[in-house]
Design a binder for this molecule. Structure first.
Ligand code: 5RP
Length: 222
């Protein structure tokens, strides 16, 4: 079993009958959704899923997990999602799978959030992983030039066909190659203030627990 599968299955144990569950996006969250699908079908687990992307929606529907849209629920009991980096003080970067906006919306309405990662994602300081910034297409190139001028080393997120990637929300993504983020909170605030930035991949104070896959087994950090 690979480490992503290990933590996906471990995290599914936190899901109980009757819960509304935020279903994350990415190759790690895939295993969580797969395991929840198994429990729904084989054990009669009763949950309502709230998806964070069209990709996860497709998988959850195939597995027959009952779903509601985020706007059909007042809150989500527990969201389980992957992450690209988690720092020692439990802040994170997400959005490697381009779903950061919907992931952050679902996390915001969640009473509890767990991130599932393999141990390579645990870092001392955030920033080695390029920080995604989701921008509206109108004026997006001006934001790109502004980030260049600030020395944030931006690149456009592209598709395999080398076109600008469009997110589920209809926006573009600019990745900032910062190497190290000394003050994630301050940078989050700065990015929040740019007109045309819809969201960014800095998730500040949003999780209570991380399940980290190691060769010795899953480690729960809280
Ligand atoms: C998608 C995300 C993912 O959760 C993150 O990129 C981790 O993905 P993976 O589990 O495939 O490494 O934020 O927007």
């Amino acid at each position: 079993m690979n480490l992503k599968e290990l933590v996906g299955i471990e995290a599914a144990k936190f899901v109980k009958d009757g819960m509304t569950v935020g279903l994350g996006t990415g190759s790690t969250a895939y295993y969580l959704v797969k395991e929840l699908g198994r429990r729904v079908n084989e054990e009669g687990l009763k949950i309502t899923g709230v998806v964070t992307s069209s990709k996860t929606e497709e998988q959850a529907k195939e597995l027959g997990i009952p779903l509601k849209a985020i706007d059909e629920v007042d809150s989500v009991d527990l969201t389980i999602d992957g992450a690209d980096e988690i720092s020692a003080d439990f802040q994170g970067i997400k959005g490697g799978g381009a779903a950061l906006l919907f992931e952050k919306v679902v996390a915001t309405y969640s009473k509890d959030c767990i991130w599932i990662v393999d141990e390579s994602k645990m870092v001392d300081k955030l920033g080695k992983f390029p920080l995604p910034v989701e921008v509206v297409p109108f004026g997006g190139h001006n934001l790109f030039r502004l980030f260049e001028a600030k020395g944030y080393r931006p690149t456009w997120r592209k598709t395999e066909a080398d076109e600008l990637l469009t997110t589920d929300g209809g926006h573009y993504i600019i990745d900032l190659h910062l190497e190290v983020i000394e003050d994630p909170r301050a940078l989050a605030k700065e990015l929040d203030d740019y007109v045309g930035v819809v969201e960014h991949g800095l998730f500040i104070d949003m999780i209570s627990r991380a399940i980290v896959g190691t060769p010795e087994g899953p480690k729960i950090l809280e």
